[in-house]
Design a binder for this molecule. Structure first.
Ligand code: AMP
Ligand code: ZN
Length: 113
């Protein structure tokens, strides 16, 4: 999608610190990290957000979680980690290309702010 920041990152039109890539996903460092590990796992397919996803997106939504778990293992986040899809304004979604936050490397509180 032409006007989408994350589609431009996938295409290499906007620079990013790439962490991992495969045929379905692209992973890069969040520009404003909220934890020692803070990366974004995004599908290469442009999906606006979890609230806009359809049944046919179920596999990629789950696959992003598995990619996050694999990276957490590689980064030895043995104490735990958190995966988050922010959805809509109340949750603070600012970029409308589905992205899964992987956060770890510090103790996190619950409930989140
Ligand atoms: P959200 O608030 O859930 O929509 O998350 C969007 C995330 O994208 C935020 O954590 C931002 O820090 C991050 N972000 C925005 N622009 C960039 C960029 N150019 N490169 C890397 N991360 C970005
Ligand atoms: Zn996009």
């Amino acid at each position: 999608m032409e006007d989408c920041l994350f589609c431009k990152i996938i295409a290499g039109k906007i620079p990013s610190k790439r962490v991992y890539e495969d045929d379905r996903t692209f992973v890069f460092e969040d520009i404003r990290p909220q934890a020692p590990t803070h990366v974004l796992v995004i599908p290469k397919k442009h999906i606006l957000g979890l609230d806009q996803a359809s049944e046919s997106d179920a596999a990629i939504i789950g696959y992003c979680q598995l990619v996050a778990a694999k990276l957490a293992r590689e980064r030895k986040l043995e104490g735990g980690f958190r995966t988050v899809y922010n959805v809509g304004p109340d949750a603070g979604q600012t970029v409308f290309h589905l992205h899964l936050h992987l956060l770890g490397g510090r103790k996190m509180s619950w409930p989140p702010g």
